[in-house]
Design a binder for this molecule. Structure first.
Ligand code: HEC
Length: 253
């Protein structure tokens, strides 16, 4: 027997708990939509993906567009780049001396600025024919510098993460406690009730802890996904069971 039988509460109490549970479920639905909306577009793929979450909590590395283009065989067979020159450009990009060696004459026939000039500037320069002209410009060192490096996108600022942890842990503690206590007051099997309570509470703990661990170790992004899903799913289930218990007649009613 549950210690706090919701179904036995007076009508006014049952109505007010119903309203509160609807507010709770609406709030979770809204925050789910907000996450998809706010973080979803980050990686350019539809919906909320692990990469989106990783971008927020761990940061992402976006590779140098110049190196990527060369590795992928750009600009293609119509404008072939001799393999030796392509290799020399890639070696330069990986050398750690991108700025120093850009026009280093000691490199003889393989000066990067000259290789870019011969192979690329017919399209990637300010003076290129209008129908060939393409971004990015590769004429000057500043042009090259902008696309030659891997770019590290830092995760959310530490102060913001701290503020967010503070706000979420205090408010979600209250919400989770409310959901667990209400669930305890339903008629459903104690095993089911305990299981859902564990999803709600351990899921929340895992989610919040993973926010912090994911900064250093990208693997914890999985903890954010699993913890968040378990917590939100548990609250959703608890809300439904509470509504059912409030309004379904019991044996003997
Ligand atoms: C015949 C013209 C032409 C030549 C020559 C050419 N490109 Fe391009 N390049 C383009 C066009 C058009 C685009 C944009 C569309 C695309 O990505 O194919 C582009 C895109 C790029 C991009 C951007 C890719 C991205 O991620 O947005 C880079 C970097 C690049 N080129 C580098 C080079 C380098 C390095 C060379 C010389 C080895 C070169 N290109 C030679 C036409 C050219």
């Amino acid at each position: 027997m549950s210690p706090f039988p919701l179904r036995a509460l007076p009508l006014g109490m049952r109505l007010s708990l119903t309203a509160l549970v609807v507010v709770l479920l609406g709030g979770y639905a809204a925050s789910g939509l907000h996450m998809v909306d706010h973080h979803g577009p980050r990686d350019g793929k539809e919906g909320l993906t692990t990469t989106d979450i990783e971008g927020v909590y761990h940061g992402v590395l976006s590779p140098s567009p110049l190196r990527t283009a060369l590795e992928e065989g750009h600009p293609g067979d119509a404008h072939p780049v001799p393999q030796e020159e392509r290799d020399a450009l890639l070696a330069w990009l990986g050398s750690g001396r991108i700025v120093e060696d850009w026009d280093n004459l000691d490199l003889g026939d393989m000066v990067p600025a000259d290789l870019l000039d011969v192979n690329c500037l017919s399209c990637h320069s300010r003076g290129a024919e209008p129908d060939l002209k393409a971004e990015p410009m590769l004429e000057y060192l500043d042009d090259v510098r902008a696309v030659a490096f891997d770019n590290e996108v830092a995760p959310t600022d530490l102060k913001l993460l701290l503020a967010s942890t503070h706000a979420h842990s205090l408010s979600l503690f209250t919400v989770a406690l409310g959901a667990v206590l209400l669930l305890w007051g339903t008629r459903f099997g104690r095993g089911l009730v305990s299981g859902i309570s564990l999803l709600i509470s351990v899921g929340l703990l895992l989610d919040l802890v993973s926010w912090w661990l994911a900064r250093e170790m990208a693997g914890w992004v999985t903890g954010i996904m699993i913890g968040g899903a378990a917590h939100a799913g548990g609250v959703g289930l608890a809300g439904l069971l509470v509504l059912l218990d409030l309004w379904l007649p019991r044996k003997g009613d």
